[in-house]
Design a protein around this ligand. Structure first.
Ligand SMILES: C[S@@+](CC[C@H](N)C(=O)[O-])C[C@H]1O[C@@H](n2cnc3c(N)ncnc32)[C@H](O)[C@@H]1O
Length: 320
């Protein structure tokens, strides 16, 4: 993820040239798109997009779809290409899925364009529960009861549209009470912490292992006027200290293996009766993930599934 650069770079006399990018376009079997996206998550590649670039471009053949990532032209090296090709080639062997042998990759030189702003031509406001997710300069009127959440796409988990983020946003809407303290594990651009603050949480603590996520999170909190009630840290679970506990609720949109490994720690951070919204867990690993939550004293109340992803919402056992 790259923080939005608001520094004026264009001189009145001589406009700065727009940067050139390479698109890395992979054609992959439909059931495996997330795994392919993981393989492409290699620095300095930026956000991942799914599907064809526009309705005017060539549709993927039946049973296949596109996964696309982008790299600034000056960082598009033969070494990076070889690394990506080798990661993609290793997927069939790692999973034993023969259809992954059909993956193909193309490197396309994109014409120079103002990509920092051109997304605005196609990006439209949308709703998740009663959050109206809108760009900064939106001049529309939210529906009665909607909360305006200013969010401008910036990275793979910057759009708020991913089913796992949406699952957590719905729980935030239902569960956050005014004055609550909320933990956001794997906060990315901070969307869940910021949404919790918009719902009235008194303090939201987000942490993420990716240092690049933090400037986004801070900026998102600022853009939404809740920076005084959100704080963010760089690091994994080890960045939480003994005082980071008794949260009223927590969101953890992470991966099933991390949830399984840290279920006890997550439970320990919650008050008895505190709520959790856990997502990013692959549905095929549901048995092991739910067993880990149950063993940690986290009781499931709702499960939703979108595509390959489960969202689990519930409470820590014990008196509220
Ligand atoms: C699926 S994204 C979720 C982002 C955001 N919370 C959302 O719901 O859109 C997962 C995030 O977890 C972060 N992450 C991965 N492993 C982590 C760990 N061990 N500790 C903290 N963050 C981690 C990643 O960097 C990524 O930003």
């Amino acid at each position: 993820m790259k923080p939005r650069d608001r520094t004026p770079r264009v001189s009145a006399l001589e406009p700065a040239p727009h940067p050139a990018w390479t698109e890395i376009r992979v054609l992959a079997p439909e059931g495996w798109l997330e795994l392919v996206a993981d393989a492409l998550a290699l620095s300095p590649c930026t956000s991942v997009a799914f599907g064809r670039p526009s309705l005017a471009s060539e549709a993927a053949p039946e049973g296949l779809d596109y996964v696309r990532t982008f790299v600034p032209r000056e960082l598009d090296t033969a070494q990076l290409r070889a690394q990506l090709e080798s990661r993609l080639a290793g997927l069939a062997e790692a999973t034993g899925a023969a259809e992954l042998e059909r993956i193909s990759v193309r490197f396309l030189e994109l014409p120079p364009e103002d990509y920092a702003n051109s997304w605005k031509k196609t990006w439209k406001p949308f709703r998740v529960a009663h959050f109206a997710v809108v760009p900064m300069d939106w001049r529309g009127t939210p529906r009665t009861g909607d909360l305006r959440l200013v969010l401008e796409p910036g990275g793979a988990f910057g759009t708020g549209r991913h089913p796992t983020t949406r699952g957590c946003l719905r729980a935030v809407e239902q569960r956050v009470r005014p004055g609550a303290r909320v933990l956001d594990a794997g906060c990315g651009n901070g969307v869940l912490a910021v949404a919790s603050a918009l719902r009235g949480a008194a303090h939201c603590l987000g942490f993420d292992i990716d240092p690049a996520a933090l400037p986004y999170a801070r900026e998102l909190a600022q853009d939404n006027g809740v920076h005084g009630r959100c704080s963010f840290r760089v690091g994994g679970f080890e960045c939480l200290g003994p005082l980071d506990r008794d949260f009223d609720g927590l969101c953890a949109n992470l991966f099933a293996d991390l949830i399984q490994a840290h279920a006890g720690d997550l439970a320990h951070r919650l008050k008895p009766g505190g709520w959790f919204a856990i997502s990013g867990c692959r549905a095929d690993l549901r048995g092991a993930t739910l067993a880990a939550l149950d063993a940690a004293g986290l009781e499931l109340e709702q499960r939703s599934t979108r595509g390959r992803w489960d969202t689990y919402v519930g409470r820590r056992r014990g008196p509220a």
